[in-house]
Design a protein around this ligand. Structure first.
Ligand SMILES: [Zn+2]
Ligand SMILES: [Zn+2]
Ligand SMILES: [Zn+2]
Length: 280
């Protein structure tokens, strides 16, 4: 079955350009250097059977859904509850309406769901009498794979400072953002993954994110065929860094679509689409 990962955003928590920053990447004319907050869409299967799983709900989710021509999803997966990954939750009402007001299926670690209930109490209050909000069915996961609209998803726990973050594996594709350490037990869960999207914040080490060098090392440990990096900050200029990377590794960029096709071929639209159509 075809599994695609579409970059809805590839930027670090502030987004790139960053408010008030005068650096050359924030001022770059290259659209590949314009990065909304990190999020992807899994598209599994094709045509009528396509299942769409949204990973994270960033403060940019409205713009991300519009430019991806996305009007409904079959599930929403939460990696963790830092603001850049979940503060667009209210704007999911657009996808709730687009999905015919069928309740959105929301999947998260128990502690993430508890935090969302604290931060967005009204969205989970069945007695809240207001039609202008999304409605959710909530589901928690731990270590075992779970099924969303017929799609098997394996959670991959990774370390992010003092918290855990969920990566997600679907078939031989995986998405891992916001981590400074991928434990050996999680490397084992990633064995067989051919196409990986992985956190790589910048060149220099960081206490809660992978550096470019460390991310390359982890991709090699897993043994992937292709890796694309995400959650990128303004130290990394798209074309310059890609010229330095080995051929199997690339910086991701907003709207890039990478997939394992039904025949097993890995396809990407690098050099093709991926130019952000919305001006900043
Ligand atoms: Zn983040
Ligand atoms: Zn900057
Ligand atoms: Zn985070």
């Amino acid at each position: 079955m075809r599994v695609e990962m579409e970059f809805l955003g590839s930027g670090t928590s502030s987004g790139i350009p960053t408010i008030g920053c005068d650096c050359r990447v924030c001022h770059s004319a290259n659209p590949r250097n314009k990065r909304l907050r990190s999020s992807i869409l899994f598209r599994v299967g094709e045509g009528e059977d396509e299942r769409r799983l949204l990973v994270d709900v960033t403060p940019d989710v409205r713009m991300q859904a519009l430019r991806a021509n996305l009007s409904s999803v079959h599930g929403v997966l939460i990696t963790h509850t830092h603001a850049d990954h979940c503060h667009g939750l209210d704007d999911l009402r657009g996808l709730y309406w687009g999905g015919g007001r069928e309740r959105l299926q929301l999947f998260a670690y128990p502690e993430s769901l508890a935090q969302l209930r604290r931060a967005f109490g009204y969205l989970f209050d069945e007695d809240y009498d207001y039609k202008g909000i999304a409605r959710f069915d909530t589901h928690v996961f731990e270590h075992e794979p779970f099924v969303v609209a017929g799609v098997a998803v394996t959670p991959i726990p990774v370390v992010h400072g003092n918290m855990r973050v969920a990566g997600f594996r679907v078939g031989d594709c995986a998405y891992i953002t916001d981590t400074n350490e991928v434990p050996d037990t999680s490397i084992a869960k990633l064995k067989g993954v051919r196409l990986l999207i992985l956190d790589a914040l910048r060149r220099a080490p960081h206490p809660t994110h992978l550096s470019l060098g460390k991310a390359l090392h982890i991709a090699q440990q897993v043994g992937v065929e292709r890796v694309f990096f995400t959650h990128i900050n303004h130290d990394l200029e798209h074309d310059q860094i890609n010229a330095e990377l080995p051929a199997w590794a690339r910086l991701g960029h907003d709207m890039l679509r990478v997939a394992i096709e039904a025949d097993g071929r890995i396809s990407t639209d690098e050099g093709g689409g991926g130019v952000a159509p919305l001006a900043f």
